[in-house]
Structures are given as C-alpha cells and as structure tokens.
Design a protein around this ligand. Structure first.
Ligand code: ATP
Length: 480
C-alpha cells in the first residue's frame, strides 16, 4: 500500500497552534510563523528558517517545546534539525502577514515628515512606558527611530553608517564608533539602529546599554555571583549598542570585562556600535589594545547642525507634537540655539507650552519673551545637579534628602520630577548620572519624569511658571 503523502504544512500549522495555545511571546510566535517544516525522516524533523538569528532563537529557547509538540503530534519522539534557507527571505519580504511585528522604525528619507513612524508613538506622559514594552532586553526608546531623525551635513555620514550597520550587521563596519558632543543625536542613532535592525531581521537580539549601566550591572553581577548571567546578557546578542563609552574611563575591571565582551562579539561576527564624546585616540583610561579595536571598523562624528538642519529638526518636532508654528518663530529658535539639539527641542517645547497655556497664537514676540528666560548666556557646563537640587528643594521648602529620597507623597514626587526635568534641560548629564544624583534611581525613572513634565508644562500654567522661575533662579545661582 502506498503511504499517503505527508502534509508537512498542515502538521506544522497544528504544532504552531498547539504551541501558541500553551502561551508564547508574540516574538516567539512570529519566529514560528517564519519557519517551515521541510521534512520528516524517522525521528528527525527538518525545519527551515530565513535568518541565522531565527535559527539561534529556535535552538536556544524554542527547541524543547517544538520537539515536545511535534512528538505529540506524530506519536513518537522527534528531534529537530534546523537549517537556514535564504530563499525564505523573499517570501517573508513579500508577505506582510509573515512579519511578526509592525516594522519598528523604517528608513526615513531625511528631512520632512517621512513615511510616518511605524513605531507606535508612546504617549508622552505618565501612562507612557519609558521604554518599549517588548518582552526582551533591547531597551529601545520608541521615539528614537530613523523616521524621527533628520539628517543633514552635520550628521550625514553617521546617519548613513548607522543605516548600513543595521542593514548588514557585522559586515558593513564593525565596530561602528560614533563620537561628538552632547545632545547631537548619538543616542538617537543607536536606538534607531536597533529598531531598524529589528524590523529587517525579526528575532534579531539587540541590546542597548549606557556604559554607566553596564558598569553597575557588572558590579552587581560580581556582588551577587552572577557573572555567567551577566555575560549571557551582553554576549548572546546580535547587536550591542553601547552609549557614552567615555564613562568607563579608568574603571579598570569594567573596561577589562568590556574588552572580553567586545572580543567575543566581534569574533562571532556580532555587531557592536559605540558612542562617545571623544574619538578613541583622545579617550584616556582605556588600554591601548581596546582603543585600537575601537578603530577597527568605522569612526564617524556628529557635529552641531547647520541652520537648515536645525530648522528641519524643529519642523519635524513641531509636526510630531501636532503644533502649527510660524516659520519666523522656528527661525528665531533655530538661530538662537545653535550647538545642542536637546536644548533646541527644550526651547521649542517651552514656546509651544506658553502658546497653548496662554491660548495665544505663537508669534515672534511671544517666542522672544519665552526664550529670554532660557537662552541668555546659557552655559550648561556651569550648571550642576547639586545647584539644581539645592534650588529646587529651597523653592519647594523641602529638604534635599526628601527631594532625593523615596517618599511617594505627591508634593515630593512633583518636585523631584521637576528637578529631574531641569537637570535634563540645563545640564549635559546622561540619564543614569542624573538618576544616580537622585538616590541611585534608574535611568528610566528620569526619562519618565522628563516626559511627564514635558507634557504637563503645556497643560498647567502653574507648572510652566514654576519651571520658568526655577530656570532663572538656577541660572543666577550658577553665574555667581
Ligand atoms: N538629527 C536629529 N534629528 C532629530 N532629532 C534629533 C537629532 N539629533 C538629536 N536629536 C534629538 O535631540 C535630543 C538629544 O539627542 P541625543 O540624546 O541622541 O544626543 P547625544 O549625542 O546622545 O547626547 P549625550 O552625549 O548627552 O547623550 C534627543 O531628543 C534626540 O531625539
């Protein structure tokens, strides 16, 4: 009797349904939908997947449940063999249904609104999570995509290199090293690489980390005797995106650990992207062997944007906030604030907030009035977190310990969030550094505070006034 032809597709569909029923992460479901059952031979099942990353994921976390389910389905023990079949990629690309998640951050055309961020825009404000709620460790900020990034002469090379490494991980440039002064978009590019890579290669493992968090994580892992877990976190990834590497300077043991992390990733052809406020040659406190590795791939800098790019950024930000801003107002802001894009955004937010609070059309006069408080002699390097903490606690008549402590009383939480917001606006410190100054809080807490105040400043007149007043007080105190 001729055996009936085996319908592999039907078997696989039943196995996927069975696995889904037993609770899988959306990403894992997506992996399975990208997978094809090619054949069955005795106790072996051959699966084909489009990308090496998918294979790795299946082999590490999904092998056992798949084998169990296939064994149940076929009534005998099954072992998996997994192969990468590049032909499947075309099918994935052609068939939207096979895409596991809506693409996060697609390639933007540069200035102008672009195709619209595919990333769900997290509502700024208390309800919005600080980072994506995806069930993995990528830790990407949904707002920082290539769609929301404006490229211009000051960052064109860094932008193009970032796109290239996302598209051809470990093949274009490895590592990619982006350096430049504070507030010029390095962090934004790192996150954008992560989002874009994930949209191109579903299942790719991305990890973003600031080097201060890397240090803390490392120290804790030694304390808790969890070195193995630490190494897995940073070495079992396809993209390691490490921000502000200069903060590792002089931390010998952490630098040593990073050196091994780097080598492991580089040797296994995983992409490393590093940002820093200095080029490798000027980074002190790193062994030469590590500094030279930073130069193995591509070095590129980001410069302060020219006027045209500043205007394009302002236009894009205003459009994102759904605000109509007259051109002369944007020009005023763009000509006043020239060196730091974070400050540029901060000024725009204040002008928009003032307009919406006062119910007035935003005019050049109104913008002049608002900017007067923000811009004069602004020298963020002179303003310290300590001054901000001193002045904010004085202002609210609370102690510094209360401001930086853990009490969740409304007044204290509000004052704390205002202080964190002001630290973001008026200093160049990174999120983790600010978090540290406020009783060792996580960087996501600072991010959340910044977003919350940003939203509320345009809704609550009293808050706007407090922040304007405090800015003046802090500037004055720092000028003394
Ligand atoms: N080219 C750009 N287009 C749109 N927004 C930008 C651009 N460059 C920077 N920004 C915005 O400016 C702000 C500051 O940028 P970012 O945090 O990436 O700077 P950075 O260089 O990493 O600074 P730091 O060294 O202080 O961490 C962010 O909100 C970012 O979205």
């Amino acid at each position: 009797m001729t055996p009936l032809p085996v319908d592999h597709q039907a078997i696989w569909q039943r196995v996927v349904a069975d696995l889904e029923k037993n609770g899988l992460q959306p990403r894992e479901q997506a992996f399975l939908r990208l997978t094809k059952l090619l054949g069955l031979l005795d106790s072996n099942a051959l699966l084909a997947v489009p990308y090496p990353h998918t294979k790795e994921m299946l082999e590490t976390t999904l092998r056992q449940p798949i084998e169990d389910s296939l064994s149940r389905e076929l009534g005998h023990d099954i072992r998996l063999a997994i192969t990468v079949d590049e032909d499947l990629r075309q099918a994935v690309d052609d068939d939207d249904d096979l895409a596991p998640e809506p693409p996060v951050g697609t390639r933007g055309p540069g200035p102008g609104p672009g195709p619209g961020a595919a990333v769900p825009q997290t509502p700024a404000g208390p309800a919005g999570p600080a980072v994506t709620g995806i069930a993995d460790d990528a830790r990407l900020n949904p707002k920082y995509t290539f769609d929301t990034f404006v490229s211009g002469p000051s960052n064109r090379f860094a932008h193009a290199a970032s796109l290239a490494v996302a598209e051809s991980p470990a093949r274009a440039y490895n590592p990619l090293f982006i350096y430049g002064e504070s507030g010029l978009g390095k962090t934004h590019l790192l996150h954008a690489i992560g989002h874009y890579a994930r949209s191109l290669y579903p299942g790719v493992r991305v990890r973003y980390v600031n080097s201060e968090e890397f240090t803390n994580d490392f120290i804790n892992s030694i304390r808790d005797e969890k070195a193995g877990a630490f190494q897995r976190r940073y070495r079992n990834v396809d993209f390691l995106l490490i921000d502000d590497i200069q903060f590792l300077q002089g931390k010998e043991q952490t630098v040593e650990e990073f050196f091994h992390t780097f080598n492991t990733l580089h040797n296994s052809e995983k992409q490393v992207v590093i940002t820093s406020d200095q080029p490798p040659k000027r980074l002190s406190g790193f062994a030469e062997r590590l500094r030279s590795r930073f130069e193995w791939g591509l070095l590129t800098d980001v410069q302060p944007p020219d006027l045209e790019t500043r205007l394009a950024i302002l236009r894009k930000k205003a459009a994102q906030e759904r605000m109509q801003m007259p051109d002369d107002v944007l020009e005023l802001i763009g000509t006043r604030i020239t060196t730091n894009i974070r400050e540029l955004e901060g000024a725009l937010i204040r002008v928009m907030a003032f307009g919406s609070l006062s119910g007035q059309q935003v005019t050049n006069d109104l913008a002049q009035h608002v900017l007067k408080d923000i811009v004069p002699g602004s020298d963020p390097s002179r303003i310290t977190v300590m001054t901000i903490i001193d002045e904010v606690s004085d202002y609210f008549r609370i102690s510094k310990d209360e401001l930086c402590g853990t009490s969740r009383s409304r007044t204290l939480v509000n004052a704390r969030q205002i202080a964190m917001y002001l630290c973001r606006e008026l200093t160049e410190l990174s999120l983790p550094k600010i978090g540290q100054a406020f009783g060792g809080r996580d960087h996501t807490t600072v991010m959340h505070a910044e977003r919350k105040i940003r939203t509320q400043i345009g809704e609550r007149r009293a808050l706007y006034d407090q922040i304007a007043e405090l800015t003046g007080i802090i500037r004055k105190a720092s000028a003394r």
